[in-house]
Design a protein around this ligand. Structure first.
Ligand code: F0G
Length: 351
């Protein structure tokens, strides 16, 4: 018999599914865990692994949680979903809505969503509302709108999102045979660090892991409320996915940090872009800037002598193609112009 791929099939026994929950799938989950080729020693680690969440169907980790949130919304009779988003949640929501034939509305900060993500929402046919404000403003409005109108809220304040996203921690324990010593993850609205911590805690309880990882979360320096302890009114960073000043899952992120003996620290945009280039050029992994924050953080800790060996997993949350503008502006493409002849190309190359 054929077992369809997807989080609702692979991880049914750890998810809040009933016989009435529709088993939808776009083939999400079961993403590769790839060993670093070059960057482990520089981070002061014996082993560094990357969880390639860009391999999900819409190119980010959001699909793991969205498939559960949309299935549960359908089970409850919803015909429309809504989210606030810096771009990836909206791309994912739009895809699962299209797949299941329901409506999708997305509230995004005007002018601050990477081009690839806008293209996705447009292609999947979501209704896009660009607001004059940032993500935090959009989420505040989304909560009220979904109270006033019969529409399901599919941000990570929806507990089914967290349930779906925790499955990545199960996959890591499954592949490595245990939890790693360190888990490095970018933090924006703080749903994902919350989800991973739940997943690792459950794995330890179920005997699938002998230890908990130290949860090491990294925020962009211009959008680091969990580091400063105060909401940031006007967050700024090149990593637009995590340009968030007042994370919804604040308390559970702090709990993940403290219960695991971990940390939540800031990395600058320069740190993020350095890691972004290193991932692409030394590992062959093209991620979006927010995803590079996890590796920027490990490099920062490693160079300061704060990581002493052991095994770390860095979560690479979204694909580089999401944000082509940053790639072209931050990576000085190596382009030569040449006439359309072999001799002309040789001359242009100096051969
Ligand atoms: N990495 C990427 C690529 C993201 O898109 C996000 C969040 C994060 C990391 C941070 O995850 O919010 O759970 O702490 N993106 C959300 C969105 C906010 O709307 O797509 P988090």
């Amino acid at each position: 018999t054929v077992r369809p791929r997807g989080v609702l099939y692979r991880w049914a026994e750890v998810l809040p599914l009933t016989d009435q929950t529709p088993r939808i799938s776009l083939g999400e989950g079961e993403t590769p865990l790839v060993r670093a080729a070059a960057l482990a020693a520089e981070c002061g680690l014996d082993e560094l692994w990357f969880k390639l969440e860009a391999c999900n169907p819409t190119g980010s980790f959001k699909d793991r949680g969205m498939v559960v949130a949309v299935a549960k919304a359908l089970e409850a009779g919803a015909r429309a979903i809504l989210c606030a988003s810096t771009g990836n949640t909206s791309a994912s929501a739009a895809a699962y809505a299209a797949h299941t034939g329901i409506d999708c509305l997305v509230l995004v900060p005007g002018g601050k969503v990477a081009a690839g993500k806008m293209a996705q929402a447009a292609a999947y046919g979501a209704r896009i509302i660009e607001i004059d404000g940032n993500f935090d403003d959009a989420l505040r409005a989304a909560r009220v709108l979904t109270e006033r109108h019969p529409i399901a809220l599919v941000n990570s304040v929806n507990p089914h999102r967290i349930e779906g996203q925790k499955t990545a921690a199960y996959e890591i324990c499954d592949v490595l045979g245990d939890a790693p010593e360190v888990l490095a993850i970018p933090v924006g609205n703080a749903g994902n660090i919350t989800a991973y911590w739940r997943g690792f805690t459950e794995c330890a309880e179920r005997g699938l892991a002998s230890r908990h990882p130290r949860m090491c979360g990294f925020q962009a320096a211009g959008a680091a409320p969990l580091v400063s302890g105060q909401p940031v009114a006007n967050p700024q960073t090149i990593a637009t996915a995590i340009r968030i000043g007042n994370p919804a899952s604040w308390q559970t992120a702090i709990a993940a940090r403290d219960e695991s003996g971990g940390l939540i620290e800031a990395v600058t945009d320069d740190d993020i872009l350095e890691a972004y280039r290193l991932l692409a050029r030394r590992e062959g992994l093209f991620v979006e800037p927010a995803s590079a924050a996890s590796v920027a953080g490990l490099l920062k800790l490693g160079r300061a002598g704060r990581l002493r060996g052991g095994r770390a997993v860095a979560i690479l949350t979204g694909h580089g193609l999401k944000d082509p503008d940053t790639a072209l502006s931050a990576c000085q493409p190596d382009i030569v112009r040449a006439p359309a002849t072999v001799e002309g190309i040789e001359a242009a190359l100096g051969w």
